[in-house]
Design a protein around this ligand. Structure first.
Ligand code: DGJ
Length: 728
């Protein structure tokens, strides 16, 4: 561990309108390819001096600043690593407070820093900042993952004032980037329309990505974004930064092009309606903002991020998953024990691992026969399931399949016994009419009693059914009329809600560390790298039309690895069962169709596809993903995944535009193979009675496949083609 001392004595420093060229201390945070260089100047301000390619001689980082002759900085803070409000600052602050005495000024000077090696790959830089006037301090954390070129940043805030300090703004990260131009790709959406990309060149001023929904917070916009420097990035070229906040509540990311034409990024929990009253000697922690930088385009950035996610974030990221048959679209709320017993047989017949029972299995006084009633009453419905869940688990096991179940324990229908018994557990304004999202309200997870209740919904299911093998954890409503009967300070609700949620999820994981759980929020309303620490997979969208999924999965896959993405074959879309299954095989495969209604050929196709998937799942789940043809710009989509020894790959090809004579006219160049190896290419997932146009006996060098390429022979009669590339 190295320890540096940034200041000899704390003193009030006079404002300097034009700061002196600093001769400060350089603190580089290096990863394998990059460096984030912090500088402590002679006034003990900590600034971001550089974020870019790593230099071979670290002593040269000190020379970077003087190569820039940009407009003057009137504050010395434009490049602050954590911009305090109320003193010299003129731009968007990272932190704004009202001290215990009512004063609103803040200044933060460096006191010390430490660098600690966590292991061979990970190190943690800690920088201690203090206000020279008030007993108020901030610790900045920079956790770097060398191999993956990922850095996580967050802050902790504390004080020893006589009384509470109100935190108005409390960013996790405050970065500064230099480039000729900045291109931002961000995403918008709604139910069934998740991850719609938009790219824009940033101009001076602030572009904000944020959410104020409280729960299901990604519904309109997730926090993940891509930033390309100098020019719009492409798959394999250009410098690009991917970032996002590991936080399942309200977030806010400000991208501010400053008067010097540099880009400031401020990322953290949204401070909207969230003034936080912090008592002395308590620590306020902010969630990590993660980012990865690549100088070889979006493809490399995403592969680095996937590796990081699998190794450090996603629960059991390098492990196994269960294929499944879900009954949501097959039955909706209309099922009983007898029908489910038949579905277990279908699960077995299809060849998947697990049957997942969805919504509608619970509540008696107000039975859950539609989405208007019963939510909150987690007793099995006696009419549908006279023998309870235990009988289902037993019967599934008898049929040789595992059993999983859906819950949405943080929500309540007003038509429920829970609502009648515990109106004080519900988030709602006491003096205003209720407003519903999907006929339901959100329970107040800031209340420890509610946390216990939510924990016990799942804990009891496991207690009564030790063989329960899977949980789908849903969250379908946003927070309206934000008010907690439990909290004294209403402005704490948005933050304490999420902390309460994580508290419950941690308790569940402490009890049940390995059971697979799907993170669902009426689709992709809640996926982020904080939540995924507790979940093995997420539900990207209720929209399972395979054409839509090609586009959506494409965008999600920049940020999340295939093993984390649940993709089901359903009745959405008019494409063939083959097209639907091929698309779902790109992630974690599941089915949500009535198997007994499939024709013989469709059934045989699905059974064969499940076998193929089992054979390839190691490559799909744990391999490196390469995007080959972008459906946004072409009539086709093509992507492939390669295993780490480059001996096996699977390539998915789709025709996404079926206008007259659309086809794959030219070869598609593959990526990620070994040029020196010889490979064969075999088409799989052939619909019964059809023949492949790809000659599987022809060997190709990796060089040929990656230079000339291969034509998957897509046309209107072959709209999806799955190819397995195997080294000889
Ligand atoms: C929303 C989810 O996204 C669906 O998959 C399904 O589980 C329903 N909720 C059930 O109400």
């Amino acid at each position: 561990m190295t320890i540096g001392k940034c200041v000899n004595s704390l003193m009030v420093v006079l404002l300097a309108l034009i700061p002196v060229q600093s001769q400060g201390e350089i603190i580089p945070v290096e990863t394998r390819s990059n460096a984030l260089v912090l500088e402590v100047n002679n006034q003990k301000d900590v600034t971001v001096a550089y974020l870019g390619k790593k230099l071979s001689d670290p002593s040269e980082y000190a020379q970077i600043a003087r190569q820039y002759r940009q407009a003057g900085d009137y504050t010395g803070l434009y490049q602050s690593a954590y911009t305090p409000a109320g003193s010299r600052n003129l731009l968007e602050p990272a932190i704004a407070v009202t001290h215990a005495d009512g004063n609103t000024s803040l200044d933060l000077r460096c006191v010390s820093h430490t660098i600690k090696a966590v292991d061979d790959n990970v190190s943690l830089l800690t920088i201690q900042l203090k206000d020279p006037v008030y007993p108020f301090e901030v610790t900045l954390f920079y956790k770097s993952y060398a191999k993956e070129d990922v850095i996580e940043q967050w802050s902790e805030i504390r004080h020893q004032e006589t009384g509470n300090v109100t935190l108005h703004q409390f960013a996790s990260a405050n970065l500064n980037l230099k480039a000729d131009a900045f291109w931002l790709t961000h995403f918008h959406g709604d139910w069934a329309k998740e991850m719609q990309p938009e790219e824009t060149r940033l101009t001076h001023g602030i572009k904000t990505l944020d959410t104020k929904l409280g729960t299901r917070t990604n519904l309109f916009q997730p926090s993940v974004f891509m930033l390309s420097l100098d020019q719009p990035a492409s798959e394999d070229h250009g410098t690009v930064l991917f970032g996002g906040l590991a936080w399942s509540g309200n977030f806010r990311i400000d991208l501010e092009m400053d008067p010097q034409d540099n880009l400031r990024i401020l990322a953290g929990m949204n401070h909207y309606a969230s003034d936080y009253s912090l008592p002395a000697n308590q620590t306020f922690s902010t969630p990590p903002f993660w980012f990865v930088v690549s100088h070889h385009g979006q493809g490399e950035a995403s592969r680095k991020l996937h590796a990081w996610a699998r190794d450090y974030k996603l629960l059991d990221g390098n492990g196994q998953r269960l294929t499944l048959l879900n009954n949501w679209e097959a039955t909706y709320f209309n099922f009983d024990e007898k029908k489910l017993f038949e579905l277990f047989k279908d699960t077995r017949k299809l060849g998947v691992d697990l049957f997942l029972l969805d919504d509608g299995w619970f509540a008696n006084k107000y039975p859950r026969n539609n989405d208007k009633a019963g939510l909150g009453d987690w007793q099995p419905n006696r009419k549908k399931l006279p023998n309870g869940v235990a009988s289902l688990v037993k019967e599934a096991t008898t049929n040789g399949v595992k059993f999983g179940i859906w819950v949405e324990p943080e929500m309540v229908n007003p038509k429920s016994e829970l609502y009648e018994t515990h109106p004080d557990w519900v988030i709602r304004q006491p003096n205003r009419p209720e407003h519903y999202f999907r006929n339901q309200l959100v329970l107040d997870l800031s209340n420890p009693e509610v946390q216990d209740f939510v924990f016990n919904v799942v804990n009891r299911l496991f207690g009564e059914n030790p063989d329960l093998a899977y949980i789908k954890f849903d969250c379908n409503a946003v927070i309206y009329n934000a008010y907690s009967a439990h909290l004294n300070k209403q402005s704490h609700l948005y933050i304490e809600y999420v902390r309460g949620l994580y508290h419950v999820l941690k308790r569940l994981r402490d009890e049940y560390p390995v059971v697979p759980m799907m993170l669902c929020s009426g689709g992709g309303g809640r996926v982020d790298y904080a939540a995924l620490q507790y979940f093995t997979e997420f539900w990207p969208s209720d929209n399972t039309d395979p054409l839509e999924r090609i586009f959506m999965q494409w965008e999600y896959a920049y940020f999340y690895p295939a093993i984390s993405m649940s993709c089901h074959v359903t009745n959405w879309g008019r494409q063939s069962i083959k097209f639907k299954t091929d698309v779902a095989m790109q992630g974690k495969l599941g089915f949500d169709i009535v198997i007994s209604e499939l024709g013989d050929k469709d059934l045989a196709f699905c059974q064969d596809a499940v076998k193929n998937y089992n054979d390839l799942k190691d490559v799909i789940w744990h391999g490196d993903q390469y995007r080959l043809v972008d459906p946004k710009h072409h009539a086709m989509a093509a992507a492939m995944t390669v295993n780490d020894t480059k001996t096996r790959a699977v390539m998915f090809n789709y025709l996404v535009n079926t206008r007259y004579d659309q086809k794959s006219r030219t070869p598609i160049t593959l990526k990620g193979l070994d040029p020196a190896k010889k490979y064969t290419v075999k088409e799989i997932n052939l619909y019964p009675g059809t023949r492949s146009r790809i000659t599987s006996s022809q060997p190709y060098s990796g060089d040929f496949l990656m230079t000339v390429g291969l034509n998957p022979q897509l046309d209107s009669s072959r709209q999806s083609v799955v190819l397995v590339v195997t080294a000889l």
